[in-house]
Design a protein around this ligand. Sequence first.
Ligand code: G6P
Length: 600
Amino acid sequence: MCGIVGYVGARRAAPLLLDALKRLEYRGYDSAGIATVFKKLHVKKDKGRIHEIDRKLKLADLPGNVGIAHTRWATHGKPSRANAHPHLDSSGKVAVVHNGIIENYLELRQFLRKHGHRFVSETDTEVIPNLISYFMHQGKNLERSIRETTKRLKGSYAMAIACVEEPDKIIVVRKESPLILGIGNGEAFLASDIPAVLSHTKRILVLENGEMAVLTPAKISIKRIASGAVVKRKPMVVTWTAEMAEKMGYPHFTLKEIFQQPDAVRDTLRAATGELEKLVKLLLKAERIYIIACGTSYHAALVCKYALAKLADMSVEAVISSEFQESCRVDGKTVILAITQSGETADTLKAVQVAKAGGAKVACLTNAVGSSITRESNIVCHIYAGPEVSVVATKTFAAQVAYLLLLAIHLARERSLPKSKADELIKRLGGISDAMRAVLTGVEPQVKKLARRYCSAEHIYLIGRGIGYPLVMEGALKLKEITYIHSEAMPAGELKHGTLALIDQGTPVIAVVPPGESRVRMAGNVEEAKARGATVIAVAEEGDDMKGHVDEFIPIPPTEELFSPLLYIIPLQLLAYHITVELGQDPDRPRSLAKSVTVE
Ligand code: G6P
């Protein structure tokens, strides 16, 4: 996730862009840059936080009344000056800022190299200005060249383009990544999010998928990219404060990030390519595999363990990082997969160092390009969830799970799963974001009611089997972290071996019942709890006849067992969030916890 912004008008662009970038920094902050047009393109950019770059380069000094800017959260290529946006074509006439992922950039790069274009960064973005200038060289104007370019791009993008040959305008294009336009008096703005422009205008146009817009000081004209047909749209008048806008109208970052999960999953699956293949090869050669992680990342590791056993017939161990050196042995044929969204968790870094000292090879899965774990690893894999502000991990969990499920399918294909079956599963996994969206909106009203009913509970128990077990662990962790209610997750079959003694009249028990062969046994465990007087809330497939046997039934649309974590976790996250709000607590800032724990 990155932030883009742009300005055309009568004022100097650079100071305005700098201010807007600071407001977008929550979207990414490993590098930033500004390009303005004044007789030629002027560019200042570097790695680092915006205030550091500004101190060094004096970003606001750039001349001109037209400009575009970017704050980056690295995806392709490490944070560096060369990889920072804006990117220029090799003739230095077209500048682009881009938020999104270009999937076919390698083949486009090859094509452009053959036509004399030179590349100075490792980014996917750099093909865009070069492709635009390739078409401009054929005599097409900027708008035409951009339309030709978008026909050839695969992936997602919100981008803004400035060009010395048509110096009084900025053109923007949108496919999937967000983009809004702000209408001022004799000036126009663009940005990834509303907060960036809110201090200048409250009149906002939201650009839709497949649309482009030409911004000049006098007007903004929107068109469909494919047909060129003009789109008429009335601006909306935003009454949010800047803080509300940063949360995109959600009352808390936690809720915003829960609702961003479908996008995090989509972006992660789309970007997983070369690094995933390397990881598959490494794991296939290993004699012993440990997946190590802490907190929420550990629950993703457990999902991976179940998925690998079921689908790829592989047995791996998922180990809590801080327990690793006490309980695990490594040698030269051991592979460690370290999962950490921040890439900075001390317990995980320590376990990795111990494993390396024993001769193990290390791969990592992280949300933070260039973080400490990436420097410790032989293979670095990324999720693309964008910065997660809330202390509780939600969208990074979903993105980790999506990546790990994709990994399991690839491993299974290399071992015994027929290619056609694997391809079919990959295709269906690609469609899971839409199902997640449906669950998010479908279950929230019911979950809100449940939150009111159960916010005064002293204990909540959660039971699950198989792939449902890591889910209830993650659900219990969410509840503990922000509601402060004692919550305990149990493998459903283990309930009768002790914890059942704690369940009596009215004790809330949440049963997570994904589809699959364990469903029948889950039904038995639900009956056990009910017989002791428990109030059972079941999260199960819609139409399941368990509905008639429980006190509350949260229906989830049909999906395969393997993908169920991505849907079944949603009501648990929402329940924790809404109970916290009912209790008058702040879900974004839970007591005693930190987002990234850098001590052992
Ligand atoms: C902290 C956070 C948790 C997180 C855990 C692991 O405890 O509060 O939300 O799951 O660290 O973080 P990591 O960055 O390694 O995934």
